[in-house]
Design a protein around this ligand. Structure first.
Ligand SMILES: NC(=O)c1ccc[n+]([C@@H]2O[C@H](COP(=O)([O-])OP(=O)(O)OC[C@H]3O[C@@H](n4cnc5c(N)ncnc54)[C@H](O)[C@@H]3O)[C@@H](O)[C@H]2O)c1
Length: 260
């Protein structure tokens, strides 16, 4: 793989597992030094030795809660002290719960909005002093649920539409600094989040988790679940020199599930 991100510093939030880990791996393959941020410190620490070092770069783990301004500030200070800048920010950390609207709790609403929306805002804002001078790339994890209705996920869908909107506004405000802001909208991705969701959805719809998962495949014209690496491919492109003139975009990575 071409190391077009050589000498770049990348922070990936929620990179201890799933899509974030695949993205951290891709940035590392492309030559970036990657900071693996995660609320699960053990997972972040375990991820670092798995990252390739084709141009002898150094990766590190950072325990961080994207919903906590102080925790976010501490990571940015560390990045500033060590590297003096940040080139690529991947706001990947996100959570979900599933419920019928009539049973949805305020706690679920707040949990989803705090991590998925406030987290993106807090980390983006705190990163700006490290990005403004040299420009850079911000990529946000939205979802197919940021462009299309998702039943049993009204709160999650609302939070991901918010990420989509935030991406577009931020793209305009940050363009003068040479910072592009885009988001990705993955479909049904095989991760621990999906493993939990098929159990919840199965319970709510009186189906087995396997039957729910089979439905996800049926709803995907390309006929399989999305893999974290499918998302990492597109995020790697958005971080690459070839995507330098794209901003404010929402890219679907859903095998066509978003168009049916
Ligand atoms: N899995 C899917 O089907 C799917 C589809 C579309 C979009 N997404 C989005 O992609 C992103 C990654 O999802 P995933 O499926 O890999 O999830 P996952 O649950 O497998 O992994 C999420 C990671 O984020 C970390 N995290 C959670 N809360 C955090 C916080 N407050 N601060 C820092 N880290 C935190 C977790 O510890 C975990 O390591 C999320 O934003 C999710 O909404 C997922």
């Amino acid at each position: 793989m071409e190391t077009t991100l050589k000498d770049k510093i990348a922070l990936v939030t929620g990179a201890g597992a799933g899509i974030g880990l695949a993205i951290a791996r891709r940035f590392a393959e492309m030559g970036a030094s990657v900071v693996v941020g995660d609320i699960n410190e053990k997972a972040a620490l375990a991820a670092v030795p798995q990252l390739p070092t084709p141009v002898k770069q150094e990766h590190e783990a950072a325990a961080m809660d994207v919903t906590d301004r102080k925790s976010v500030a501490a990571v940015m200070k560390r990045l500033g002290d060590r590297f003096g800048r940040l080139d690529i920010l991947m706001n990947n950390a996100g959570v979900s719960t599933m419920n019928r609207l009539e049973d949805l709790t305020e706690e679920e609403w707040d949990f989803n909005f705090n991590v998925n929306v406030k987290g993106v805002f807090l980390v983006t804002q705190a990163a700006l002093p490290l990005m403004k001078e040299r420009g850079g790339r911000i990529i946000n994890a939205a979802s197919m649920a940021a462009v299309k209705a998702a039943p049993l996920l009204a709160h999650y869908t609302a939070s991901k539409f918010a990420v989509h909107g935030f991406t577009k506004s931020a793209a305009i405000e940050l363009a003068p600094f040479g910072i592009t802001v885009n988001c990705v909208c993955p479909g049904y991705v095989k991760t621990s989040m999906q493993d939990r969701e098929v159990v919840w959805e199965g319970r709510l719809r009186n189906m087995s988790p396997a039957a729910v998962s089979a439905e996800y495949v049926e709803h995907t014209p390309l006929g399989r679940l999305c893999l974290p690496e499918d998302v990492a491919d597109v995020v790697g492109f958005l971080a690459s020199p070839q995507a330098g003139f794209m901003t404010g975009e929402a890219l679907n990575i859903a095998g066509g599930a978003n168009i049916v």
